[in-house]
Design a protein around this ligand. Sequence first.
Ligand code: NAD
Ligand code: TYD
Length: 349
Amino acid sequence: MERTILITGGAGFIGSHVVREFVIKYPSYQIINLDALTYAGNLENLKDIENKSNYTFVKADITDATVIMDVFQQYQPDGVIHLAAESHVDRSITDPTAFVMTNVIGTVNLLNAAKEIWKDGFEGKRFHHVSTDEVYGALRETGLFTEDTKYDPHSPYSASKASSDHFVRAYHDTYGLPIVLTNCSNNYGPNHFPEKLIPLCIHNILNNKPLPIYGNGKYTRDWLFVIDHAKAIDLVFHNGKNGDSYNVGGFNEWQNIDLVKELCRQMDEKLGKPEGTSMQLITYVKDRPGHDLRYAIDATKINQELGYEPSVTFEQGLSKTIDWFLSNPNWLDHVTSGDYQKYYDKQYN
Ligand code: NAD
Ligand code: TYD
């Protein structure tokens, strides 16, 4: 079947894996990657597929309603997979407005454009909004987030994503726009920008720098390999029920300190260093304000309704991730030159 799918944020970490999955798996689809190329967008992530005949890149900012409407008019997508966002909690604490602009206003601009070009009928159309488990707030030591958990965001990032989720549902309820949502746990994998915990620690181990652990390190996150997230998006985009949300995760919780220790263990082994070498870099630093204690996803619905299962264990996924960073030193050099250093000094010194 021929289709035109517009993927926003396709030059980012998760978006680039989604674009690759769709370009390769569906040669009869035209894939339009719309991205503003902020600090987090990087076309190097897509070098291997950039010359495919079913792939087009469009540089555009989703906060610009006129430009977005023009792009929709020009390409007439019948599907949208929306990943473009400001995505880092720490940055949202220093500059919340940027998160409102891209995550809330940008999402509404896309919804308006889809509603306009699909005004003659919603048959065969779908707007897939990619969101996070952080909209549900924080868990104590027990319990899991289900699709029915009440929204209770705490950080400016999660508040902006919660708001965008509500707008997507509002367009479904009010105008009948065909939508699906996915709320995924923390991702890790190749192309992960080194402001987030795992790639930041990989980068710092390689450069013999401290591994900053916020607070007591007992905060818990639920980790999913990025390619398994891309596969879940593919499944929900094609087979998810109109109007529904699906939690995506792999039942894989780790306290930050244990995760960093496992990372140190694997890095020492791969770099041929004596066991315990990288662990000495662990440094406890000032806690993040409003730090959510624990996230954990109940992924029963996507498993039972759509047969979804992650393809790798955490140990395998982490090993693949480290191998990718070790084989791509230029990628890491490029993204950590320039403005990265300014961000890092401000955040950690
Ligand atoms: P990222 O920060 O790596 O990439 C974001 C991409 O969006 C970049 O390519 C950037 O250039 C683009 N972008 C930012 N502002 C834009 C704008 N105004 N107009 C057009 N493009 C813009 O983010 P990511 O980690 O790949 O996350 C992608 C999506 O998945 C986000 O919506 C995020 O909320 C969601 N999500 C992320 C995680 C995670 O662990 N990273 C987990 C669950 C959900
Ligand atoms: P992060 O990768 O920023 O993802 P999120 O905040 O969206 O969960 O952080 C993951 C966890 O690691 C979170 O509990 C904060 C913690 N963390 C540190 O301890 N040190 C760091 O330098 C960073 C970036 C995060």
